[in-house]
Design a protein around this ligand. Sequence first.
Ligand code: UDP
Length: 458
Amino acid sequence: MEVKKKNNHTPHYLVLPYPAQGHMNPMIQFSKRLVQRGVKVTLVTIVSLWKTITNKNLTSIEIESISDGYDEGGFAAAESTEIYLETFWRVGSQTLSELIHKLSSSNNHPPICVIYDAFLPWALDVAKEFGLLGAAFFTQSCSVNNIYFHAQQNLIELPLSQTEIVIPGLPKLGPRDLPSFLYKYGSYPGWFNVVVDQFSNIGKADWILANTFYELEQEVVDWLVKTWPLKTVGPSLPSMFLDKRLQDDQDYGLSLLDPNTEACTKWLDEKPKESVVYVSFGSMAGLSEQQTEEVAWGLRDSGSYFIWVVRASEQDKLPKGFVETTEKGLIVTWCPQLLVLKHQALGCFLTHCGWNSTLESVSLGVPVIAMPLWTDQVTNGKLIVDLWKTGVRAVADEKEIVRRETIKNCIKEIIETEKINEIKSNAIKWMNLAKDSLAEGGRSDKNIAEFVAALDHF
Ligand code: UDP
């Protein structure tokens, strides 16, 4: 369903995500909601990334590319994270300027607004140089954004010395509930700078958009709106998994890796209802060899059916003999995660708690085994288990390894005991709230409409 604009004027927005699957997915989905409301959207991608993607289906969105300075190879070609980010900032600013200049000189709907990934705050400075509006899009939870904001404001003492961290809108947190870049201060200085620099120029942003929904993070959103022009616009999932108002919107429309769709769905179709554990640690994180081994034997010892996404680059970490002797499991290099989560054979999701995977589990009412690895995943895991109560935690030992017994016990607990009833009823409650939020007149739906209407005046 397309909402036609009352006048003939077609506003044009640029949308610039950080080049990673977990950042592109929600910003593409948000773009589709804008197109539905009569906006022309140009997705700004990165040269190196765009030319390697074979799975793309973004018919309603225009595409332009800028450079991160590594047109052959992208992030992997950089000498270090710090050098990549610094080069991207410099070359990205310059090539984004050139792109805006080119599009502004054309008579075909010059852009009026840049919606930029909050990981790329320099894009706001570029937008402002051209007199354009700027909207920051946060792809992480508002809880995590508020924690990073407090760190940026020096309101959290680093390295951490407190045993209890009190942040408005959030429950009391222990050091290990904070994102890993804070509790392991100094572990990834380049990424630490990225997450705190999100706020370096935030005062200049005309809007702040967040991929979450109000009910899910009500208290923290209520607190943040006092400070920021914040609008919650999520969950940014394909419409057919939520409100079903965009009939063609069945998937994200862009996959950096090839999904084994047929193998997964055929295998799932043959399994009993709610019997399968789906295991994925997302698009970036790599498990250590030891951790891979513990997950492998934990899955086998549980006796449950499982689908495990082990990316091609991780496959040589699988223990010898595991694949050959795995009778109840399917190992794939990538899968259509939403279809898997929605399948009636699915019992639970053993996840690293990336924010997209978290929102997808919430939106599809899937019970979770939370096994966060680093960055914001740690805090997301806390929210899943202690606040929303839609899952159990796979606790790591003192060597930071989640042992096979823990994995086996979590699976048994969630698939075989009565605890599942309480978790399931919570999961269904949140699923309904997620769907309501993007249904006509829901909070996120209204926020998107207000955002478009506000820009219409410029
Ligand atoms: N995903 C997928 N297939 C897979 C694994 C992941 O399509 O086999 C998608 C998943 O649906 C999610 C994204 O990749 O939208 C991963 O984002 P998330 O924030 O969960 O984790 P990240 O990859 O950023 O660590």
